[in-house]
Design a protein around this ligand. Structure first.
Ligand code: HEC
Length: 182
């Protein structure tokens, strides 16, 4: 009797473990197997599995987050050039143009109904409760970029460049403080 009991418990543990392991991260990969990318260098397995979207809202959020990451990469590149004097001065203007282009269509990236679910990371629904204030944030961001572009074109004091870059950073952080859950 005691032996039977032990066996049952053991079997139950094995079943629970198997279930638990099948739920681990590999799961998305199973549902979404990696793609083989053929080409002149042979057949290569793409380490990034294709996206799987449950809805159009998820697609918009995905796109918006990619654009935010693009903002971040261009901003950090400028920071490298201006604050850390990494010698790619000639490329600063390309980064500011890229930032300007993304900032221009920022209003389109926030269609109504694309807030994050409660308690999840992402966009707060406050964005759609106070649309005017939100667009003031976008305009403030665009203005800070225009000012930075001006300073960069003048090729003057490096302190002015630093100040103008901080003003851009302030706009990123101010918008996040009010409208982003992280
Ligand atoms: C007008 C508001 C606004 C401005 C300006 C803004 N952001 Fe964002 N940002 C957001 C919101 C809202 C989110 C959350 C979006 C979501 O997850 O759907 C976000 C998300 C992000 C993310 C996370 C993306 C991800 O993969 O989840 C990064 C990184 C980011 N922003 C960087 C920046 C940088 C850098 C700047 C300035 C150069 C900037 N943002 C300017 C509103 C803004």
């Amino acid at each position: 009797m005691y032996r039977f009991f032990r066996l049952t418990i053991l079997v139950m543990i094995v079943i629970t473990l198997t279930f638990y392991l099948s739920e681990l991260p590999g799961k998305t990969q199973e549902k979404n197997p990696p793609q083989i990318i053929p080409g002149p260098w042979g057949e290569i397995v793409d380490p990034v599995a294709p996206q799987k979207f449950e809805s159009d809202v998820e697609k918009v959020i995905f796109y918006r987050q990619q654009q935010m990451r693009a903002l971040s990469a261009h901003f950090r590149s400028l920071e490298g050039i201006i604050d850390y004097e990494i010698p790619f001065q000639g490329q600063a203007i390309q980064h500011i143009e890229a930032l300007n282009n993304i900032a221009k269509y920022l209003p389109d990236l926030f269609p109504e109904g694309t807030a994050a679910n409660p308690d999840k990371k992402g966009a707060k629904d406050l964005i759609w409760k106070e649309p005017e204030k939100f667009s003031q944030h976008i305009q403030g961001f665009q203005k800070s970029l225009a000012d930075l572009q001006c300073v960069l074109n003048q090729s003057g004091e490096s302190n002015n460049k630093k100040t103008a870059l901080i003003a851009v950073r302030h706009q990123c952080l101010a918008c996040h403080a009010s409208y982003r859950v992280r």
